[in-house]
Design a protein around this ligand. Structure first.
Ligand code: FMN
Length: 249
């Protein structure tokens, strides 16, 4: 049986997972919530976003925790510029000596929109093009094809690791406006955080120093009360239109 694992804060990777599952089947698991045994599976597929030309730390830690010898396929979703990310993922897999068969990338809408809004045209175009790409990848996985990424000419590993460390502080620059509806029973930001970095004290939403920078709290807040510095008051939030917010919780 196949196992499809994913990390997704705004639904792009989950959208890919759902479409992939419809083609190849198997068990689907969220990486932050999974504590089971991998030995029952004969193929492991990991779907994750690219962060800063590398991987989100939950995805990287998951790859490093795999002890099974079954073939592993990694699919990376990204918002525009992947650069050396597939090779980075391959190197993480090799570091753990796992049976890595392929690393693919699929362009999706960009969810890193703290600084720039994304035109709707870009969102629709990326989603449309991703359909065909995904079908081809699913076919290759079904046929056990290998796809090893080429060694990147630009080595961004140092930058990627620095930015992974830098993201731990990202939520420290969030502030919560008084449109927050925690007092009405909303705790979406607390529930969605994959590393329990969002909490409340005396009804106020606060952030710890273990952020992974996924922006899940920011994009999924129903009243857009979470802001980055004073830069996001007019920025649109993004959730993949094929995904229901409840699926991300
Ligand atoms: C912290 C952060 C860093 C990102 N870095 C990159 C990047 O280096 N290159 C890129 O093309 N997209 C980047 N993105 C965009 C995401 O990879 C992309 O939108 C992805 O599909 C989001 O997946 P999700 O909705 O499953 O979380 C970044 C997003 C975040 C939140």
């Amino acid at each position: 049986m196949n196992a499809i694992f994913y990390f997704s804060s705004t639904g792009n990777s989950l959208d890919i997972v759902k479409r992939m599952h419809a083609i190849i089947g198997g068990d689907v698991h969220s990486i932050p919530k999974y504590h089971g045994n991998l030995n029952n599976y004969n193929k492991i597929i990991i779907v994750s976003p690219i962060y800063a030309f590398a991987l989100p730390s939950p995805t990287e830690n998951f790859i490093l925790s795999i002890s099974s010898e079954v073939p592993v396929y990694i699919i990376l979703t990204y918002g525009g510029i992947a650069l050396s990310a597939p090779y980075y993922a391959y190197k993480v897999a090799m570091k753990n000596n796992i049976n890595i068969h392929a690393v693919y990338k699929i362009k999706m809408p960009n969810n890193f929109t703290l600084f720039l809004n994304q035109p709707v045209f870009f969102i629709n175009s990326a989603l449309k093009k991703s359909q065909k790409r995904l079908k081809n990848i699913a076919l290759s996985i079904n046929e056990n094809k290998k796809c090893i990424p080429k060694k990147s000419l630009i080595n961004l590993e140092k930058l990627s690791i620095e930015s992974q460390n830098g993201r731990k502080e990202l939520a420290k620059s969030f502030n919560v406006s008084n449109s927050c509806v925690y007092s009405n029973g909303c705790a979406r930001c607390i529930i969605i955080c994959p590393v329990n970095n969002v909490y409340q004290e005396n009804g106020k939403i606060l952030f710890g120093d273990n952020c992974v920078g996924c922006l899940g709290c920011y994009h999924n807040c129903p009243t857009e009360a979470i802001n980055y510095k004073n830069m996001t008051k007019n920025k649109k939030r993004y959730i993949n239109p094929n995904i229901d917010i409840d699926e991300l919780l």
